[in-house]
Design a binder for this molecule. Structure first.
Ligand SMILES: NC(=O)c1ccc[n+]([C@@H]2O[C@H](COP(=O)([O-])OP(=O)(O)OC[C@H]3O[C@@H](n4cnc5c(N)ncnc54)[C@H](OP(=O)(O)O)[C@@H]3O)[C@@H](O)[C@H]2O)c1
Length: 298
Protein backbone atom coordinates (compact mmCIF):
# COMPACT_ATOMS: atom_id res chain seq x y z
CA UNK A 1 0.00 0.00 0.00
CA UNK A 2 2.82 2.36 0.97
CA UNK A 3 4.59 1.59 -2.30
CA UNK A 4 1.42 2.27 -4.27
CA UNK A 5 0.93 5.65 -2.58
CA UNK A 6 4.58 6.55 -3.09
CA UNK A 7 4.30 5.68 -6.82
CA UNK A 8 1.19 7.87 -7.15
CA UNK A 9 3.06 10.68 -5.38
CA UNK A 10 6.08 10.39 -7.68
CA UNK A 11 3.92 10.27 -10.82
CA UNK A 12 1.87 13.25 -9.58
CA UNK A 13 4.88 15.39 -8.70
CA UNK A 14 6.58 14.37 -11.98
CA UNK A 15 3.51 15.37 -13.98
CA UNK A 16 3.23 18.80 -12.31
CA UNK A 17 6.95 19.42 -12.71
CA UNK A 18 6.74 18.47 -16.37
CA UNK A 19 3.77 20.82 -16.85
CA UNK A 20 5.54 23.59 -15.00
CA UNK A 21 8.84 23.23 -16.87
CA UNK A 22 7.62 22.31 -20.36
CA UNK A 23 8.42 25.04 -22.92
CA UNK A 24 5.79 27.59 -23.87
CA UNK A 25 6.03 29.91 -26.84
CA UNK A 26 8.52 32.67 -26.12
CA UNK A 27 7.27 35.77 -24.32
CA UNK A 28 5.22 37.67 -26.83
CA UNK A 29 5.61 41.35 -27.68
CA UNK A 30 2.34 43.11 -28.41
CA UNK A 31 3.80 46.17 -30.06
CA UNK A 32 2.38 46.62 -33.59
CA UNK A 33 0.38 43.41 -33.37
CA UNK A 34 -3.03 43.70 -35.02
CA UNK A 35 -5.80 42.60 -32.66
CA UNK A 36 -9.48 42.11 -33.50
CA UNK A 37 -11.68 42.39 -30.39
CA UNK A 38 -15.33 41.43 -30.71
CA UNK A 39 -17.75 42.88 -28.17
CA UNK A 40 -15.52 45.94 -27.87
CA UNK A 41 -18.47 48.25 -27.21
CA UNK A 42 -18.90 47.02 -23.65
CA UNK A 43 -16.77 46.86 -20.54
CA UNK A 44 -14.62 43.74 -20.88
CA UNK A 45 -14.09 44.36 -24.61
CA UNK A 46 -13.28 47.99 -23.90
CA UNK A 47 -10.81 46.95 -21.19
CA UNK A 48 -9.12 44.57 -23.66
CA UNK A 49 -8.89 47.42 -26.18
CA UNK A 50 -7.30 49.66 -23.59
CA UNK A 51 -4.74 47.11 -22.35
CA UNK A 52 -3.75 46.02 -25.87
CA UNK A 53 -3.48 49.65 -27.01
CA UNK A 54 -1.35 50.60 -24.01
CA UNK A 55 1.03 47.80 -24.98
CA UNK A 56 1.38 49.22 -28.50
CA UNK A 57 -1.02 46.95 -30.44
CA UNK A 58 -3.24 48.14 -33.28
CA UNK A 59 -6.82 47.43 -32.30
CA UNK A 60 -9.91 46.65 -34.33
CA UNK A 61 -13.06 47.33 -32.33
CA UNK A 62 -16.03 45.19 -33.41
CA UNK A 63 -19.62 45.17 -32.11
CA UNK A 64 -23.05 46.32 -33.26
CA UNK A 65 -23.33 49.71 -31.49
CA UNK A 66 -21.21 52.09 -33.54
CA UNK A 67 -21.64 55.09 -31.18
CA UNK A 68 -20.23 53.03 -28.29
CA UNK A 69 -17.32 51.80 -30.40
CA UNK A 70 -16.46 55.38 -31.39
CA UNK A 71 -16.52 56.41 -27.75
CA UNK A 72 -14.08 53.60 -26.91
CA UNK A 73 -11.87 54.63 -29.86
CA UNK A 74 -11.83 58.24 -28.60
CA UNK A 75 -10.99 57.18 -25.08
CA UNK A 76 -8.00 55.07 -26.07
CA UNK A 77 -6.84 57.46 -28.83
CA UNK A 78 -4.18 59.22 -26.65
CA UNK A 79 -2.11 56.04 -26.41
CA UNK A 80 -3.40 53.85 -29.24
CA UNK A 81 -1.07 53.40 -32.22
CA UNK A 82 -3.96 52.72 -34.59
CA UNK A 83 -7.67 51.99 -34.16
CA UNK A 84 -10.25 50.71 -36.62
CA UNK A 85 -13.93 50.87 -35.71
CA UNK A 86 -16.00 48.06 -37.25
CA UNK A 87 -19.75 48.12 -36.54
CA UNK A 88 -20.71 44.51 -37.26
CA UNK A 89 -23.14 41.87 -36.08
CA UNK A 90 -20.94 38.79 -35.74
CA UNK A 91 -23.88 36.43 -36.24
CA UNK A 92 -24.23 37.58 -39.89
CA UNK A 93 -21.83 35.79 -42.27
CA UNK A 94 -21.32 38.78 -44.64
CA UNK A 95 -20.51 41.06 -41.70
CA UNK A 96 -17.97 38.58 -40.30
CA UNK A 97 -16.31 38.46 -43.72
CA UNK A 98 -16.34 42.28 -43.91
CA UNK A 99 -14.65 42.48 -40.51
CA UNK A 100 -11.77 40.27 -41.67
CA UNK A 101 -11.46 41.83 -45.15
CA UNK A 102 -11.49 45.40 -43.84
CA UNK A 103 -8.89 44.58 -41.16
CA UNK A 104 -6.59 43.02 -43.75
CA UNK A 105 -7.13 45.94 -46.13
CA UNK A 106 -6.30 48.48 -43.40
CA UNK A 107 -3.45 46.76 -41.54
CA UNK A 108 -2.30 44.01 -43.92
CA UNK A 109 -2.29 41.32 -41.21
CA UNK A 110 -4.18 39.83 -38.27
CA UNK A 111 -2.11 38.66 -35.32
CA UNK A 112 -4.69 38.14 -32.60
CA UNK A 113 -8.42 37.40 -32.62
CA UNK A 114 -10.17 37.93 -29.31
CA UNK A 115 -13.57 36.23 -29.39
CA UNK A 116 -15.06 38.24 -26.55
CA UNK A 117 -18.64 39.14 -27.61
CA UNK A 118 -21.19 37.22 -25.61
CA UNK A 119 -24.71 37.07 -24.26
CA UNK A 120 -25.93 35.43 -21.08
CA UNK A 121 -29.09 35.44 -18.95
CA UNK A 122 -30.69 32.48 -17.25
CA UNK A 123 -33.81 30.78 -15.97
CA UNK A 124 -35.34 27.30 -15.84
CA UNK A 125 -34.18 25.89 -19.15
CA UNK A 126 -37.71 25.13 -20.39
CA UNK A 127 -38.79 28.70 -19.66
CA UNK A 128 -36.16 30.26 -21.90
CA UNK A 129 -37.27 31.52 -25.29
CA UNK A 130 -36.01 29.20 -28.02
CA UNK A 131 -34.95 32.24 -30.07
CA UNK A 132 -32.86 33.43 -27.10
CA UNK A 133 -31.20 30.02 -26.79
CA UNK A 134 -30.37 30.13 -30.50
CA UNK A 135 -29.04 33.67 -30.25
CA UNK A 136 -26.80 32.70 -27.30
CA UNK A 137 -25.33 29.80 -29.26
CA UNK A 138 -24.88 31.97 -32.34
CA UNK A 139 -23.03 34.77 -30.53
CA UNK A 140 -21.07 32.72 -27.97
CA UNK A 141 -20.19 29.66 -30.06
CA UNK A 142 -21.01 29.70 -33.77
CA UNK A 143 -19.63 33.18 -34.49
CA UNK A 144 -16.28 32.59 -32.68
CA UNK A 145 -15.86 29.26 -34.51
CA UNK A 146 -16.56 30.82 -37.89
CA UNK A 147 -14.48 33.95 -37.26
CA UNK A 148 -11.58 31.66 -36.33
CA UNK A 149 -12.22 29.72 -39.54
CA UNK A 150 -11.87 33.00 -41.48
CA UNK A 151 -8.60 34.16 -39.87
CA UNK A 152 -6.82 30.78 -39.78
CA UNK A 153 -5.76 30.59 -43.45
CA UNK A 154 -4.12 33.99 -43.07
CA UNK A 155 -2.40 32.91 -39.83
CA UNK A 156 -1.28 29.62 -41.37
CA UNK A 157 0.23 31.50 -44.30
CA UNK A 158 2.34 33.58 -41.88
CA UNK A 159 2.72 30.67 -39.47
CA UNK A 160 1.89 33.02 -36.63
CA UNK A 161 -1.21 33.96 -34.71
CA UNK A 162 -3.20 33.86 -31.49
CA UNK A 163 -6.83 32.96 -30.93
CA UNK A 164 -8.21 34.07 -27.56
CA UNK A 165 -11.57 32.55 -26.69
CA UNK A 166 -13.34 34.33 -23.87
CA UNK A 167 -15.23 31.61 -22.11
CA UNK A 168 -16.48 31.22 -18.60
CA UNK A 169 -15.85 29.11 -15.53
CA UNK A 170 -19.37 27.86 -16.33
CA UNK A 171 -17.90 26.27 -19.46
CA UNK A 172 -15.71 24.07 -17.25
CA UNK A 173 -18.04 23.74 -14.27
CA UNK A 174 -21.64 24.03 -15.55
CA UNK A 175 -24.14 25.58 -13.15
CA UNK A 176 -27.93 25.19 -13.04
CA UNK A 177 -30.28 27.73 -14.70
CA UNK A 178 -27.61 28.74 -17.25
CA UNK A 179 -27.80 25.55 -19.33
CA UNK A 180 -27.75 27.30 -22.74
CA UNK A 181 -24.90 29.60 -21.66
CA UNK A 182 -22.90 26.72 -20.15
CA UNK A 183 -23.39 24.71 -23.33
CA UNK A 184 -22.08 27.58 -25.45
CA UNK A 185 -19.01 28.14 -23.26
CA UNK A 186 -18.30 24.40 -22.85
CA UNK A 187 -18.46 24.15 -26.65
CA UNK A 188 -15.98 27.00 -26.91
CA UNK A 189 -13.70 25.26 -24.39
CA UNK A 190 -13.77 21.98 -26.33
CA UNK A 191 -13.18 23.88 -29.56
CA UNK A 192 -10.15 25.61 -28.00
CA UNK A 193 -8.69 22.31 -26.76
CA UNK A 194 -9.21 20.57 -30.08
CA UNK A 195 -7.82 23.41 -32.17
CA UNK A 196 -4.80 23.83 -29.88
CA UNK A 197 -3.96 20.15 -30.43
CA UNK A 198 -4.52 20.45 -34.18
CA UNK A 199 -2.10 23.38 -34.31
CA UNK A 200 0.67 21.79 -32.20
CA UNK A 201 3.17 21.91 -35.09
CA UNK A 202 2.49 25.51 -35.98
CA UNK A 203 3.23 28.83 -34.37
CA UNK A 204 -0.47 29.53 -33.91
CA UNK A 205 -1.66 29.50 -30.30
CA UNK A 206 -5.06 29.15 -28.69
CA UNK A 207 -5.98 30.47 -25.26
CA UNK A 208 -9.25 29.66 -23.46
CA UNK A 209 -10.24 32.05 -20.68
CA UNK A 210 -12.47 30.40 -18.06
CA UNK A 211 -13.59 33.60 -16.37
CA UNK A 212 -15.42 34.11 -13.10
CA UNK A 213 -17.79 36.98 -12.36
CA UNK A 214 -16.92 40.38 -13.80
CA UNK A 215 -18.50 43.79 -13.14
CA UNK A 216 -19.91 44.57 -16.62
CA UNK A 217 -23.30 45.29 -18.19
CA UNK A 218 -23.94 41.53 -18.21
CA UNK A 219 -23.87 41.57 -14.41
CA UNK A 220 -26.39 44.29 -13.56
CA UNK A 221 -26.10 46.01 -10.12
CA UNK A 222 -29.25 44.10 -9.17
CA UNK A 223 -27.60 40.79 -9.99
CA UNK A 224 -24.47 41.82 -8.11
CA UNK A 225 -26.62 42.49 -5.04
CA UNK A 226 -27.89 38.91 -5.15
CA UNK A 227 -24.40 37.57 -5.84
CA UNK A 228 -23.19 39.13 -2.55
CA UNK A 229 -25.09 36.33 -0.80
CA UNK A 230 -22.58 33.88 -2.29
CA UNK A 231 -19.33 34.44 -0.39
CA UNK A 232 -17.69 31.69 -2.44
CA UNK A 233 -17.76 33.97 -5.52
CA UNK A 234 -15.83 37.18 -6.20
CA UNK A 235 -16.61 39.89 -8.72
CA UNK A 236 -13.58 41.39 -10.45
CA UNK A 237 -13.33 44.58 -12.48
CA UNK A 238 -13.18 44.30 -16.28
CA UNK A 239 -9.80 46.03 -16.24
CA UNK A 240 -8.19 43.48 -13.91
CA UNK A 241 -9.65 40.54 -15.86
CA UNK A 242 -8.35 41.98 -19.15
CA UNK A 243 -4.89 42.31 -17.55
CA UNK A 244 -4.99 38.69 -16.31
CA UNK A 245 -5.99 37.33 -19.73
CA UNK A 246 -3.47 39.38 -21.69
CA UNK A 247 -0.67 38.47 -19.28
CA UNK A 248 -1.51 34.78 -19.82
CA UNK A 249 -1.49 35.29 -23.57
CA UNK A 250 1.90 36.95 -23.44
CA UNK A 251 3.27 34.10 -21.30
CA UNK A 252 2.04 31.45 -23.71
CA UNK A 253 -0.53 29.75 -21.49
CA UNK A 254 -3.38 27.80 -23.06
CA UNK A 255 -5.94 28.26 -20.28
CA UNK A 256 -6.50 31.02 -17.78
CA UNK A 257 -8.88 31.35 -14.83
CA UNK A 258 -9.95 34.49 -13.07
CA UNK A 259 -11.80 34.38 -9.78
CA UNK A 260 -10.75 33.12 -6.37
CA UNK A 261 -9.30 29.78 -5.22
CA UNK A 262 -12.75 28.37 -4.39
CA UNK A 263 -13.93 28.96 -7.97
CA UNK A 264 -10.69 27.36 -9.30
CA UNK A 265 -11.24 24.47 -6.91
CA UNK A 266 -14.77 23.99 -8.29
CA UNK A 267 -13.38 23.60 -11.80
CA UNK A 268 -10.81 21.03 -10.65
CA UNK A 269 -13.39 19.15 -8.58
CA UNK A 270 -15.73 19.01 -11.58
CA UNK A 271 -12.99 17.14 -13.46
CA UNK A 272 -12.12 14.64 -10.77
CA UNK A 273 -15.22 14.33 -8.56
CA UNK A 274 -18.34 15.59 -10.36
CA UNK A 275 -20.66 13.91 -7.82
CA UNK A 276 -19.35 16.22 -5.09
CA UNK A 277 -20.13 19.19 -7.34
CA UNK A 278 -23.64 17.76 -7.82
CA UNK A 279 -24.15 17.77 -4.03
CA UNK A 280 -22.89 21.33 -3.83
CA UNK A 281 -25.40 22.50 -6.46
CA UNK A 282 -28.19 20.51 -4.80
CA UNK A 283 -27.49 22.51 -1.65
CA UNK A 284 -27.16 25.86 -3.45
CA UNK A 285 -30.33 25.50 -5.52
CA UNK A 286 -32.28 24.46 -2.43
CA UNK A 287 -31.09 27.08 0.05
CA UNK A 288 -29.57 29.98 -1.92
CA UNK A 289 -31.08 32.37 -4.52
CA UNK A 290 -29.17 31.08 -7.57
CA UNK A 291 -32.33 31.04 -9.71
CA UNK A 292 -33.04 34.65 -8.77
CA UNK A 293 -29.46 35.54 -9.69
CA UNK A 294 -29.69 33.79 -13.07
CA UNK A 295 -32.82 35.81 -13.91
CA UNK A 296 -31.07 39.09 -13.14
CA UNK A 297 -28.03 38.43 -15.34
CA UNK A 298 -28.63 40.12 -18.69
N1 LIG B 1 -19.67 39.55 -16.91
C1 LIG B 1 -19.35 38.39 -16.39
O1 LIG B 1 -19.56 38.13 -15.19
C2 LIG B 1 -18.69 37.33 -17.25
C3 LIG B 1 -18.20 36.17 -16.62
C4 LIG B 1 -17.57 35.20 -17.38
C5 LIG B 1 -17.42 35.36 -18.75
N2 LIG B 1 -17.91 36.50 -19.35
C6 LIG B 1 -17.74 36.62 -20.80
O2 LIG B 1 -17.06 37.81 -21.11
C7 LIG B 1 -17.43 38.26 -22.43
C8 LIG B 1 -17.77 39.73 -22.37
O3 LIG B 1 -18.94 39.88 -21.59
P1 LIG B 1 -19.33 41.21 -20.82
O4 LIG B 1 -19.53 40.86 -19.41
O5 LIG B 1 -18.42 42.33 -21.19
O6 LIG B 1 -20.79 41.38 -21.46
P2 LIG B 1 -21.54 42.68 -21.96
O7 LIG B 1 -21.15 43.84 -21.12
O8 LIG B 1 -22.98 42.33 -22.05
O9 LIG B 1 -20.94 42.85 -23.43
C9 LIG B 1 -21.24 41.96 -24.46
C10 LIG B 1 -20.59 42.46 -25.73
O10 LIG B 1 -20.92 41.56 -26.79
C11 LIG B 1 -21.34 42.32 -27.90
N3 LIG B 1 -22.27 41.56 -28.73
C12 LIG B 1 -23.38 40.90 -28.33
N4 LIG B 1 -24.02 40.38 -29.40
C13 LIG B 1 -23.27 40.71 -30.49
C14 LIG B 1 -23.41 40.47 -31.88
N5 LIG B 1 -24.43 39.77 -32.38
N6 LIG B 1 -22.47 40.97 -32.72
C15 LIG B 1 -21.42 41.69 -32.23
N7 LIG B 1 -21.25 41.93 -30.93
C16 LIG B 1 -22.16 41.46 -30.07
C17 LIG B 1 -22.00 43.57 -27.31
O11 LIG B 1 -21.93 44.65 -28.22
P3 LIG B 1 -23.18 45.26 -29.05
O12 LIG B 1 -24.40 45.12 -28.19
O13 LIG B 1 -22.77 46.68 -29.29
O14 LIG B 1 -23.22 44.46 -30.30
C18 LIG B 1 -21.09 43.85 -26.12
O15 LIG B 1 -19.99 44.63 -26.53
C19 LIG B 1 -18.59 37.37 -22.85
O16 LIG B 1 -18.14 36.38 -23.74
C20 LIG B 1 -19.06 36.74 -21.54
O17 LIG B 1 -19.69 35.51 -21.75
C21 LIG B 1 -18.53 37.48 -18.62
Amino acid sequence: MKKLLASFGIVGVGYWLWRFLSPRHSIMVLENKVVIITGASSELGEAFAEVFARRGAKVVLAARREDRLRRVAERIAPYATDVLVMPVDITIPEQRQRLIDETLRTFGQIDILVNNAGVSGGNYYDQLDSSFIEQTLQVNLVAPLLLTRLVLPHMRQRNEGYIVNIGSAMGREPTPYFAHYCASKAGLAAFSDSLRRELFDTNIHVLYAALGWIRTEMLSPDAEDVLRQFPQHTVLSAQSVAEIVIESLVQGRYEVYSGNWIEHGGIRLERFAPRIVDWYWRFVTRYMPWLELSRKVS
